[in-house]
Design a protein around this ligand. Structure first.
Ligand code: TLP
Length: 362
């Protein structure tokens, strides 16, 4: 439709979008033609009555794949995490988490707003916490301390650069937390990337967690949606809190239809994103003034320190955008590139050329 606009602005914008290499996030992917067809043809019903057959199928498949009793489809990863936190905690408690994690930094303080809890953030090298660190932060059972209510981990760890929990470390945290009477939630927005990096099924990686949230709308390429998996009792409670947040959707089978394709077919292609991220990381590490260790890039996220290039991240990303390459500023020194379905090797090569020009021209 844009071509009929006489001043050409929309047309130019569309052309620009086609030329752009968008590495801001793996959330930017467009649904594949197969997803669009499935969405158009989806059987639907009212999911608030539990009558949407496509959503029911998606939830059953998610539960099966994760080896759990039940799953619930939620509109976003944020809602999935916050519903889980609400179920596991009571107002006035603390939640132990890594200091750069999503639930603490990017979910609008909802652990305080919705659940009445405070974060007890801990720094983990590469975003990975160890049980010994967690244990030291569990508050004594004395009436004047806010009691620890939950441990929340993130795998892969987004802002630590898509890092992956070694299974024995995550297993130890779960076992020891349970022995201390604490539930453990996993923000597994990108847990399929972790599973690929470790060569293990998601069910095995996540089996000891009390609840797991994972996203269809990131590397798996669906337009919308996440799932929360756990016991039947947990999911029954999750339905109540999802509704209270306004997340009770009606004929959302159109979304679940794309989600089913994401869940069944897209994990098999994530290796392409990992290979592209590695390629990007190796190229970036060769640019003078940019610092990162490509050996640490195990999944689809590359975070590098650009402070040696003599500019702050906001300027770096603005200059890169002028060359039709988009990245994200994590803070004034760190920049994030995320590979995904809609960026190929040629796009990564163009991104590297643009970075070289931006850094070289300062
Ligand atoms: N992450 C987004 C931004 O919010 C930072 C991104 O571009 O990476 N957990 C993790 C680990 C995430 O990375 C995200 C989204 C979420 C939860 C929330 O998912 P949504 O955006 O569906 O609410």
């Amino acid at each position: 439709m844009s071509t009929v606009i006489s001043n050409g602005t929309a047309e130019n914008a569309e052309q620009r979008a086609r030329l752009t290499v968008d590495l801001r996030s793996d959330t930017v992917t467009k649904p594949t033609p197969e997803m669009r067809r499935a969405m158009a043809e989806a059987e639907v019903g009212d999911d608030v009555y539990g009558e949407d057959p496509t959503i029911n199928r998606l939830e059953r498949r998610a539960a099966e794949i994760f080896g759990r009793e039940a799953a619930i489809f939620v509109p976003s990863g944020t809602m999935g995490n916050q519903v889980a936190i609400k179920i596991h905690t009571r107002p006035g408690q603390e939640i132990i988490c890594e200091e750069r994690c999503h639930v603490f930094n990017y979910e609008m303080a909802m652990m305080a707003h919705f659940s009445g809890c405070l974060a007890r953030p801990i720094h983990g090298d590469d975003g990975i916490l160890r049980w010994a660190q967690i244990e030291r932060k569990i508050t004594p059972k004395t009436y004047y301390y806010a009691q620890t209510g939950l441990v929340s981990l993130e795998n892969t760890h987004n802002m630590a650069g898509g890092t992956v929990y070694p299974p024995p470390i995550a297993d130890e945290i779960c076992d020891a937390a349970h022995a201390a009477g604490l539930p453990v939630h996993l923000d597994g927005a990108r847990v399929f990337n972790a599973a690929l990096a470790l060569g293990k099924p998601v069910a095995e990686l996540t089996r000891k967690f009390d609840s797991v949230m994972f996203c269809l709308s990131k590397g798996l390429g669906a337009p919308v949606g996440s799932l929360l998996v756990g016991s039947r009792q947990f999911v029954t409670q999750a339905r109540i809190y999802r509704k209270s947040l306004g997340g009770g959707m009606r004929q959302a089978g159109v979304l679940a239809a794309a989600g089913l394709i994401a869940l069944e077919q897209m994990p098999q292609r994530l290796h392409v994103d990992h290979e592209n991220a590695k390629f990007l990381a190796q190229g970036l590490a060769r640019v003078p003034g940019i610092k990162l260790d490509p050996a640490k890039v195990l999944t689809n996220i590359v975070i590098c320190d650009i402070s040696g290039a003599g500019m702050v991240s906001a300027d770096f990303s603005r200059r890169l955008a002028e060359k039709n390459v988009l990245c994200g500023a994590v803070n004034s020194e760190l920049v994030r590139f995320v590979t995904h379905l809609d960026v190929d090797r040629a796009g990564c090569e163009r991104a590297l050329e643009a970075v070289q020009q931006v850094v070289g021209s300062r």
